[in-house]
Design a protein. Sequence first.
Length: 298
Amino acid sequence: MSTVALLGAIELGLIYGLVALGVFLSFRVLDFPDLTVDGSFPLGAAVVATAVTSGIDPWLGTLLAMAAGALAGLVTAVLNVRFKILHLLASILTMIALYSINLRIMGRPNIALLTEPTLMTPLERLSLPLYATRPLLLAAVVLVCVLLLIRFLLSEIGLAMRATGANPRMAEAQGIAVGGITCLGMALSNALVALAGALFAQANGFADVTLGTGTIVVGLAAVIIGETVLPGRSVPVAVVGCVVGSLFYRVVVALALEADILGLQASDLNLITAVLVGVALVLPATRAKLMARLAPVR
């Protein structure tokens, strides 16, 4: 694999690492299967693209994208908590609505950002090539998000959120506002996904209404692979594992697509994802059985 291809895979891995963090928050912490991410990812891209092309500062546009993603997650949570709609169905309803909302925001199916100032524009002044400097900026953003998320989950309100996901009835009996905690967690989850969408649009120079297709699959793949690569029940290990899983997933996909002996094409991405996730799910049980067989009999 060439250096450019490797750095490109790392760049995508870092961006989708934020998606993995959002999916981890909803899927693992809150036990809330959330398909809203397929809509909040392109929502973040749509908001930042519209903001940047309207002359708004890219940093402010990125914050607006996160706010829009948080609002989308909040809508899903309210449909579930207040109106008692099944969480999966509530997220599907929000995801479907976001497709039309994203079209409304952009005014057309896609927006080009190649000539617009973005967060990546200051990197062009450096002596290093963009394909080398972009991953550094993205790594800094991901590092800040990882540290903040770990700090949050270890705080009192983070503990309440973890308790809500583990046992809602017991959490409510302990005086935790389960509905409010669920709304907060879903808002934070989709804010991270929208941030990933905003960074993706600025790094690749375009926003498209179809960007979110399969985002939930990639996020889940990163979470599951991360749990396999970095097994452990502590919060820091689990959070870091999401980013590691995303990076591992993207590098393996890039290697598989570039290996001529396998004969894979870009259209085989879903097949590669299915195989990787399948291996990640089977490996822990297989490893446990192997260790049990090799253990000395007492």
